[in-house]
Structures are given as structure tokens and as C-alpha cells.
Design a protein around this ligand. Structure first.
Ligand SMILES: C[S@@+](CC[C@H](N)C(=O)[O-])C[C@H]1O[C@@H](n2cnc3c(N)ncnc32)[C@H](O)[C@@H]1O
Length: 256
């Protein structure tokens, strides 16, 4: 079945030019810093001596606080602009970052912890690429190692099916006002959005976001295809329970 909206998903530089490079100058301005609970949670799974692989490391929002705790973090990202900002930060110069696609990369190394934060699994725009990412993760985990990812739970009440709805929201953080216009395709589970953001300094920017969302149950199936088992699921990194009214989840998969 053809879908009315088909953002490109493979074989080109979609992620680099949208989720990555175009966002890079604004990302830290509109994103809240990592909370302590997140860093504690990831640190607790990083082993001894602590080591971790961050898929889609971006500007180092999580990696730098983990490095400050003594974790040897390796990163993967597809955007030179995002990694350039990481490199310019104190503590970011020495992080080993491999430029590449998290769904395909092979570092020929294993880690006790691989993590993928901030809904970024959804930047892979079809199910096949998301399954490939779970498989790539499994290749990079030691036996007994954990894959941690956090994602929002889709809320379809935000959209009219196949139609355009302008959602006015204070998304992600209170550091900027954002208006989001989205087109939703429930068949391919894709949402094509543009966010109009007014930054603290008064500048207004328009930023694209295209995602392919997945429900927690689908992710568990994808993990199973990659040989990973769901170990725990929380409502956030502070280990609050995941319930039917949770808006997001932190899922921990284990490699047997
Ligand atoms: C929402 S940011 C998350 C950055 C960081 N993990 C954080 O929590 O702040 C998304 C990042 O994913 C990267 N990205 C998108 N698609 C990717 C892919 N296929 N492989 C590797 N990185 C990708 C972008 O370049 C960007 O740095």
C-alpha cells in the first residue's frame, strides 16, 4: 500500500541533513541538560571499569557527564555538525566518535552498555532500519550487557489521521516556545513535522523532524529478532513505574 507521505529513509543522508546538521546550532539551546537520575542510571550499568557505547551521541548531552564520572564513552553519529559541537566542549575533545550510521556500524568491539537516548531510535525511518539498529547493538554488547533506550509512547490523539494538525506545545523543554506542525501517517507510523521555535535570544527558527514511531511492544519484538531480552521497563530513569498512563519509557534489554 502506498503512503501519502514518504520521507526518504535509506541510502541517502536524510538523518545527517535533518535530525543532525540542521539542528546542530540550536540543539543545546532547546534541549534541557541531562538530569542526575539519567546519568546515575546509565552509570550503574556501565560495568567496571565503566565503559559504554552511545549511539547517536550528538553534542554530548549525556556522554560528557558520564565521562566526568569516569566512564570511557565511545560514540557513533552521522552528523559532523553535531559532533563538532561535542568536540568544542570541555571533556568532548577526547571522546572517541565514529562517524557512521548506527543501524549499520561495526566497531569490532563490545561493551557492557550500549544506550540510545531521546527517542532517537525513531530517527530511523522504517521498521527494517530499526530492526537493523537492534542487531547492530547486539553485535556491540558483551554477553550479559545491556541496551538502554528511552522513547516516548505514541499519543495518536495529537493527530487527525492522514491530515495536518497544528499542535501548539511547549515541547521538550521550557527554554524555548515551540509550535509544531505535523503530518501523520498511521500506516507507516511516520510523522513529518516542522517545529517553529522562538529562542531565548528572540531568534525564530524552523526545524524539521521526521520520525517513524514504534510502540514498546514492537520494540520488544525487534529486540527479540536481535537476540535481546527485555529485562526492565521504567517510566523514566528515576525508575518510576511504567504504567498505562506513562508518556515515555526507559527500556533495558539484556544480551544473554
Ligand atoms: C535527538 S539527537 C540526540 C543526541 C544525544 N544522544 C542526546 O541525547 O542529546 C539525535 C542525534 O542522532 C543523530 N542521528 C540521526 N540518525 C542517525 C543515524 N542513523 N546514525 C547515527 N546517528 C544518527 C543525529 O545526528 C543527532 O546527533
Amino acid at each position: 500500500m502506498s503512503s501519502p507521505h514518504q520521507p526518504r529513509s535509506t541510502g541517502d543522508d536524510y538523518e545527517r541533513t535533518t535530525y543532525g546538521d540542521l539542528w546542530a546550532p540550536y540543539y543545546d539551546k532547546v534541549t534541557a541538560p541531562a538530569d542526575e537520575a539519567t546519568i546515575d542510571f546509565l552509570f550503574s550499568l556501565a560495568g567496571s571499569p565503566p565503559r559504554a557505547l552511545e549511539l547517536a551521541i550528538g553534542t554530548g548531552r549525556l556522554a560528557i557527564p558520564l565521562v566526568e564520572r569516569g566512564v570511557a564513552v565511545t560514540g557513533v553519529d552521522v552528523s559532523g555538525e553535531m559532533v563538532g559541537i561535542l568536540r568544542a566542549k570541555s571533556g568532548g575533545e577526547d571522546i572517541q566518535v565514529v562517524m557512521g550510521d548506527m543501524a549499520e556500524v561495526d566497531l569490532n568491539a563490545t561493551f557492557p552498555l550500549v544506550y540510545l537516548a531521546f527517542n532517537t531510535l525513531f530517527a530511523l525511518l522504517d521498521q527494517e532500519r530499526q530492526v537493523a539498529c537492534f542487531k547492530s547493538t547486539a553485535r556491540h554488547l558483551e554477553s550479559g550487557g545491556r541496551f538502554v533506550l528511552d522513547c516516548f509512547v505514541p499519543d495518536l490523539t495529537r493527530y487527525d489521521s492522514y491530515n495536518t494538525r497544528m499542535a501548539v506545545s511547549s515541547i521538550i523543554s521550557n527554554q524555548s516556545h515551540a509550535y509544531e506542525m505535523s503530518i501523520h501517517d498511521p500506516v507507516s507510523q511516520k510523522v513529518v513535522s516542522h517545529q517553529v521555535r522562538r529562542l531565548e535570544d528572540g531568534e525564530t527558527v524552523v526545524l524539521p523532524v521526521t520520525i517513524r514511531y514504534a510502540w514498546p511492544a514492537e520494540m520488544d519484538l525487534m529486540a527479540g529478532l536481535a537476540g535481546l531480552e527485555l529485562e526492565e521497563r521504567f517510566g523514566w530513569y528515576d525508575r518510576r513505574p511504567f504504567t498505562e498512563s506513562s508518556h515515555q519509557h526507559v527500556s533495558v534489554y539484556r544480551k544473554p
